[in-house]
Design a protein around this ligand. Structure first.
Ligand code: BG6
Length: 508
């Protein structure tokens, strides 16, 4: 009798353990690449250190570079050490099982070897055969790998789940995104596909939900009646670095807008979802994308400004212009900066412009969402009282994470003088270190939670919105590139663009 009770208890607790820390094998395609070392390795090491991964979590790396298993582990561990920010403590070790298979992604023999290694690993471990296929590969390689995974039967398994993680960019344009989605859906179901945008892993980005939907005071004002306009800025101090091979064909729209900036826009503008649940949230984001007023290719200059950095000084250091960067065409017309006005034609946002800007080699790294409210309806303070500025709610995404509200107060004294002040909440007050985002996203993959991942139709809609800009710019090469010096906040044309609307970019 007592044995029966014990074994039943054991079954229950094992099940719970398997749900919390499911044993799984992650098969990383592109394991010798930069992304795996810079982003995945630290995330896995942190999760392992914090006991968030099953002791039976295993890694199988697939790449072109030849590594022994031991070299591969050392490669991951050095990446984890190098790319763990100082405030994150010491990274943990890699899981016990780290295997590596070198090969050509186009060779069917490679997939037979992966299958053998996977099956050995699963047989040693026992329990469910959970598999994560992680495509940390360039988009042009993804499709063929996905097809091979399907054809070799790796994606179908009895007694376990299979999930596919796909890194951005999701294609190069609408057609290639559709094609990639089709290929993925030929092998996996949408419920198994996790399209990663690491901005969704950022705490401050997730906080957009909480700020809006866990507080009573903001939501009633979150609409055209009270909001004058919204500015979303993602400024980077870094240049193209060693990524010219990719960036020359991508530019800022494909690299930053199609994913990160459109995510910030949709989260800021969406309606409250029926539940904090993947499909409810993603459906609301799609509705925002569907409501964006379509751009007209031939009149794109009215809605968008592009830029490319020239030489300049960033952080006290002289840096070359984009065209002088390694492997960049000296006559390149690739935009490294864009500022775009989006209009969302729906009930909530009618007439409220959303100005989005992003660029490389700007004065500093800072990302924020600023909601600028309408001014007071009637000003009875005299001019001598000082300038009465509109209220602004700023969500500081990075690096000084926080929320701040600007409002006017009376300066103490015998005359009536108004001054703007800020009510600030710095995230640092909470004392919890803010992780890089990948930890959370990887954990969500192991738990089967797609809330912070992009759905196929969402990626396609984002391309649809941006296609006229890409086409319009391609058809009319810029005459003024480079048009901003590294270390500034972008081209003058971007300032004039807002001035024409009677507005100014916020100082970052
Ligand atoms: C990546 C882009 O997705 O995001 C890079 O490819 C960019 O070009 C990076 O530098 C920015 O991420 P973060 O987290 O530093 O803002």
């Amino acid at each position: 009798m007592s044995t029966t009770v014990d074994s039943r208890r054991e079954t229950t607790s094992t099940r719970r353990e398997e749900e919390i820390r499911p044993p799984a094998t992650i098969v990383i395609f592109g394991a010798s690449g930069d992304l795996t070392r810079r982003l995945l390795a630290p995330a896995i090491a942190h999760l392992n250190r914090d006991g968030a991964l099953s002791p039976d979590f295993a890694i199988i790396g697939i790449g072109r570079t030849a590594y022994s298993d031991a070299d591969f582990r050392a490669h991951l561990e050095s990446g984890a050490r190098e790319f763990t920010p100082p405030n994150q403590g010491r990274p943990g070790e890699m899981p016990d099982v780290c295997s590596y298979i070198a090969g050509d992604f186009g060779d069917p023999g490679l997939y037979a070897r992966i299958r053998r290694t996977l099956e050995e690993c699963e047989a040693r471990r026992g329990g469910p055969k959970n598999r994560i296929f992680y495509f940390a590969t360039p988009p042009d390689a993804d499709e063929s790998i996905v097809r091979h995974v399907g054809e070799s039967g790796l994606a179908s398994v009895d007694g376990g789940w299979v999930r596919a993680v796909v890194e951005k960019p999701f294609g190069h344009d609408l057609a290639s995104c559709r094609q990639l989605n089709e290929t993925l859906l030929g092998v996996f179901r949408e419920k198994q596909i996790y399209r990663i945008d690491h901005y969704l892993g950022k705490e401050t980005v997730q906080n957009i939900f909480v700020l809006r939907f866990a507080n009573g005071i903001f939501e009633p004002m979150w609409n055209h009646r009270y909001v004058d306009h919204v500015q979303i800025s993602v400024a980077e101090a870094v240049g193209v670095g060693h990524r010219a091979g990719f960036y020359e064909h991508a530019g800022v729209i494909r690299d930053m807008f199609q994913n990160h900036l459109m995510q910030l826009l949709t989260l800021t503008a969406m309606e409250p979802p029926a539940a904090y649940e993947a499909d409810a949230i993603r459906a609301e984001k799609v509705k925002v994308l569907e409501s964006i007023r379509p751009f007209t290719e031939s009149e794109i200059d009215a809605d968008a400004v592009r830029g490319q950095y020239g030489p300049g000084v960033v952080g006290g250091r002289r840096v070359p212009g984009y065209r002088e960067e390694p492997n960049v065409d000296p006559n390149s017309n690739t935009p490294t900066f864009a500022a775009i006005r989006f209009m969302i034609d729906n009930w909530r946002w009618a007439g409220v412009p959303f100005y989005l800007r992003s660029g490389k080699r700007l004065e500093k790294r800072v990302s924020e969402i600023a909601i600028e409210f309408k001014g007071v309806p009637h000003r009875f303070f005299s001019k001598a009282s000082g300038e009465i500025l509109p209220n602004v709610l700023r969500l500081h995404i990075q690096p000084d994470e926080g929320v701040s509200l600007k409002f006017g107060v009376k300066i103490p004294g015998p005359t009536l003088q108004v001054q703007s002040v800020y009510m600030d909440f710095p995230y640092s007050k909470l004392g919890a270190p803010i992780g890089g985002g990948y930890e959370r996203l990887l954990l969500d993959v192991t738990h089967g939670d797609q809330t912070l991942f992009i759905r196929g139709d969402e990626a396609e809609h984002a391309w649809e919105v941006l296609t006229p800009i890409l086409n319009g710019w391609e058809k009319t090469p810029p005459s003024d590139f480079p048009n901003y010096a590294a270390g500034t906040f972008g081209p003058e044309a971007a300032d004039q663009f807002l001035e024409k609307d009677g507005r100014r970019w916020r100082t970052l």
